[in-house]
Design a protein around this ligand. Sequence first.
Ligand code: SF4
Length: 540
Amino acid sequence: MSNKNIRALSERKGLNDNLFENISELSLKDVVKEEFHELADRFHLDDSVVLGTSSFYDFLKPENRNKKVYVCDGTACMTSGTQKSLIKGLEKHINADEIGHAACLGRCHSNSAFMFNDKTYSAKKKEQLNQIFSKKEYSQEKKYQTGCNTTPVLTSPIDDLNDFYALAEEFTNKPQQIIDELKTSNLRGRGGAGFPYWIKLYTVIKEKADQKYIVCNADEGDPGAYSDMYLMEHQPHKVLFGMYISGKCVGADTGVLYIRGEYPDSIRTIRKAIKELTSSKLINDFNFKIIRGQGAYVCGEETALLNSIEGLRPEVRVRPPYPAQEGLYGKPTVLSNVETFANIHWILKNSGKAYEDLGTKNSTGTKLVSLDSFFKEPGIYEIEMGTPLDSVLNDFGGGFTSEVKALQIGGPLGGIVPVEKIKDLTLDFESLHNNGFLLGHAGFVCIPKDFPMIRFIEHLMKFTADESCGKCYPCRIGSFRGYEMIKKARYDDYKIDRQLFNDLLETLEFGSLCALGGGVPLPVKNALQYFEEELKAFFK
Ligand code: SF4
């Protein structure tokens, strides 16, 4: 069946009888094949569609269903070296075969992270595990810090919810005014791509359609980043307001939040905030829907995310058409990231000009950064764009707890910045890019001095191979070949042909359809450039 046909059949049941939620529910219940067949039948789909989707996601795969505990496999937990002893400790409470694995759980500030009974924990000591498994009330001993070095846009508290939402009335039936303010503010997408937000609204307004959607990408899959988690759990109304006013601007009456399953607390907090909104009637003619992700990094890519909501395998779509033209169920869709939506209230309240005055010419406003546990003060900090990186890491992070040789900034596809380069950089899109790195979603993962760089790049290639959606050959095959080469060089009597490896990186970079395959060469090249001495033993 073509994706177009599947999409149309999925749309007939819509968001209320959502195909993906149905598939997830059956998979998690580990039902027999006949029940999947009945579901496929009800949607007039082939069984292969339903089973194909079910087999894609980490939490839904047969081998990972019904595990009692999911141990975090994220980069920060790996570099901190906490997970082996955590697993040993867990095995005192549950059987080894009841332990599964999950992608980054967003507990990079503390590590030793795992998920149990739909809650995430960090537990370094056996007493903590005893308490968690004894079902006693357990309070996390260490919380992460928050702070801000400028006018707080994202981290300021909301004093009065009625006043907060009253702002929407000022902009009712004034789409052009909303667009003008956002254009002046030069708000760029905070998910990593940095695309001007107002253009999305403008494009969707121009599209003629009976139904339009707002979709919030809350699938914060970059290991090391937990800023969207912070916003959902501590500033949910800033996110919801941004979606609501965007809907009013473009004529959409439905907002979908696609929240990753690794953030169960975020799902609960957003659900509670939506209830609060509807019961107090602070918004009108607008519905929110939460879709829970089931563990797939590629769903952070906007078109894969749309396919996921529709119940298709989350393979990346070829663009154009862009989501603003043909998005959810083929309808014009404003799709943006949590942090982007969270900026909108402040801009409309204080003016686009006031926002533009913050930051640099091309990177306006503030950015949330996530610091991991190698910092003395790990946490979420709201930093004005253009701030020297050194100040972020020392004035807020408090410096490192032990010797660090590099930082990976901006997720697994972000650059590897050697510590000696920190002094040359400022926190904004241009500075990182012009120096051969990436701001991305501004998660900071430290690579300690004694952590082998070959192991780090092996992890990146394996991550890409594991998370590749399989749509294009350069990524599907190339990432796996890259992983194989590095692994062989690490464990066997084998040296990597540098020319062959360079060709592979070039093929990935220029031949891949999306940023996963196309992005992984950047950190690998950074590692080869800045850690040549350390890595040369593995190359011919
Ligand atoms: S680059 Fe990888 S994740 Fe992206 S479309 Fe190609 S196979 Fe899929």
